[in-house]
Design a protein around this ligand. Structure first.
Ligand SMILES: *[C@@H]1O[C@H](CO)[C@@H](O)[C@H](O)[C@H]1NC(C)=O
Ligand SMILES: *[C@@H]1O[C@H](CO)[C@@H](O)[C@H](O)[C@H]1NC(C)=O
Ligand SMILES: *[C@@H]1O[C@H](CO)[C@@H](O)[C@H](O)[C@H]1NC(C)=O
Ligand SMILES: *[C@@H]1O[C@H](CO)[C@@H](O)[C@H](O)[C@H]1NC(C)=O
Ligand SMILES: *[C@@H]1O[C@H](CO)[C@@H](O)[C@H](O)[C@H]1NC(C)=O
Ligand SMILES: *[C@@H]1O[C@H](CO)[C@@H](O)[C@H](O)[C@H]1NC(C)=O
Ligand SMILES: *[C@@H]1O[C@H](CO)[C@@H](O)[C@H](O)[C@H]1NC(C)=O
Ligand SMILES: *[C@@H]1O[C@H](CO)[C@@H](O)[C@H](O)[C@H]1NC(C)=O
Length: 394
């Protein structure tokens, strides 16, 4: 049940001894996020049935498909306060990294559970891994997924708006208004969450979430101290080669009226374990139980996301000057047509996307595809990410 009480702040960190290893304390909340942004109107088929969903995918995949720029028919101003469902987890005792807040954003087809995999969490929960290293971590459902608002998927759920939501959440975390503006849904064990007062903010992305962070680093580069971008290789020579029709989508409410009945016209969802396997997994690290989990927690996608990705790179603001690590699965089908080796150079990624970054490093996680948290050996990949942060002072 929701309550409107403000989260009590303070005492916990001061009173706990610093001996025992930190465990996870989490609070889930709804927070209103005011956004002003400029989306676009795009020409594309409407999706009101499974047949429309296939026609929509072909419209974006055929040889003669219009480019996103050719689909644009004018600006669509957004001035709206979105309801965002988020989860903040902090270590139960103060650590030397607990004032570093990681803000993690998952890709399309997921909600925040991407970061907190419930199957064998010691191996697969990025949230647990971050907490055990002493970090605090915020995850949230992007608009159009999970428990957050489900706006119009043609006009409202676009990259420009999602980048601004991320910027606002980041600003609210920094100026300490995030928790005081929240309506608290649940806490683990009726705990008191300490005041959130981060000295540094690290952005962590997966796939489309990494694109949104790149948008933040282009448009508000001074809002982030460091970035870890997984499932994302801008400037890879094979990017964009695998069209969306390769993966099967249904119209979400027809696909599963029980899970997705509340989604409107224009929300699509990956159909089956078969297609989820193609998008996210590769054979050597596929655990059937994790594939089943992926099916169980999968989320719809708004159709306008596909046309609006270029919005990440418009209107550059202050450029990002911190370090960025890109972590791609060696056999990522979505980004590199199934084999990322030799498809990029760090120098051209730096020049094209993060020109002022203090460090750009690419790491290919072996035997892994597009989704890193649900691959066997994921915890070893998390170690690579934490070690990068540590080396760069976070
Ligand atoms: C794509 O959809 C638009 C809008 O419905 C339509 O005008 C266009 O002809 C379609 N193009 C292709 C290649 O299917
Ligand atoms: C946004 O809407 C509010 C009222 O809902 C209005 O006061 C404000 O001027 C609008 N801002 C812009 C930039 O349109
Ligand atoms: C904190 O940041 C948010 C988001 O930018 C802003 O709306 C709010 O006015 C700020 N509050 C304070 C007290 O600075
Ligand atoms: C939760 O904390 C409140 C305030 O301290 C207390 O009144 C309540 O009994 C607690 N509930 C449980 C289930 O422990
Ligand atoms: C990569 O970036 C360079 C600029 O550094 C640009 O010339 C090139 O076209 C880009 N290649 C791809 C595949 O995006
Ligand atoms: C990257 O930029 C530097 C400095 O402008 C230039 O010397 C170098 O040739 C560029 N490399 C690539 C791959 O574009
Ligand atoms: C970037 O950081 C990594 C360590 O995280 C280091 O190995 C590499 O040399 C750095 N690159 C540059 C160009 O300094
Ligand atoms: C697991 O991941 C680590 C870190 O990337 C890597 O060094 C190791 O080779 C991987 N193991 C397997 C079996 O892929």
């Amino acid at each position: 049940m929701l309550s409107t009480r403000l989260i009590q702040v303070g005492l916990l960190f001061a009173t706990k001894a610093m001996t025992a290893a930190a465990s996870k304390q989490c609070v889930e909340f709804d927070v209103p996020v005011p956004v002003i942004a400029t989306n676009n109107y795009y020409t594309m088929p409407r999706v009101d049935s499974n047949i429309d969903a296939v026609q929509w995918a072909l419209n974006f995949s055929v040889r003669t498909a219009p480019t996103p720029a050719e689909r644009e028919t004018g600006p669509k101003p957004i001035n709206h306060t979105f309801n965002i469902n988020a989860q903040l987890c902090v270590p139960s005792t103060k650590t030397d990294k607990s004032d570093i807040l990681q803000i993690a954003i998952q890709g399309n087809g997921w909600d925040k559970r991407y970061w907190d995999v419930a199957v064998e969490p010691v191996e697969h929960s990025y949230v647990d891994a971050a907490i055990s290293k002493g970090y605090s971590i915020l995850t949230f459902d992007r608009i159009g997924t999970g428990k957050s608002e489900l706006p119009n998927p043609y006009e409202d759920v676009q990259v420009a708006t999602e980048v601004e939501i991320l910027a606002q959440l980041t600003a609210m975390a920094r100026n300490r208004t995030l928790l005081s503006s929240a309506r608290v849904a649940t806490t683990t064990d009726n705990i008191t969450i300490p005041a959130l007062n981060p000295t540094h903010i690290v952005h962590v992305g997966h796939s489309f979430g990494s694109l949104l962070i790149t948008g933040l680093l282009f448009q508000h580069g001074d809002m982030s101290d460091a970035a870890l971008l997984t499932g994302f290789l801008p400037n890879s020579t094979h990017m964009g080669e695998v069209p969306v029709a390769t993966f099967e989508h249904d119209f979400a409410p027809d696909h599963d009226p029980v899970r997705f009945g509340q989604f409107s016209s224009g929300y699509i969802v990956l159909t089956s374990e078969n297609t989820l396997q193609k998008v996210y997994f590769t054979q050597d690290t596929l655990e059937p139980e994790l594939l089943a989990y992926t099916e169980k927690v999968k989320q719809p996608e708004a159709v306008a996301l596909y046309a609006s990705s270029g919005q990440a790179f418009v209107q550059p603001g202050p450029m990002f000057k911190g370090p960025v690590q890109l972590i791609a699965g060696e056999f990522d089908y979505v980004n590199c047509n199934g084999d990322c080796k030799g498809t990029y150079t760090e120098e051209s990624i730096k020049n094209s996307t993060f020109p002022e970054a203090s460090n750009v490093t690419v790491y290919l996680q072996p035997n892994t595809a597009h989704a890193l948290t649900v691959a066997k050996n994921s915890s070893a990949g998390f170690e690579i990410m934490f070690s990068y942060l540590d080396t760069h002072g976070f």
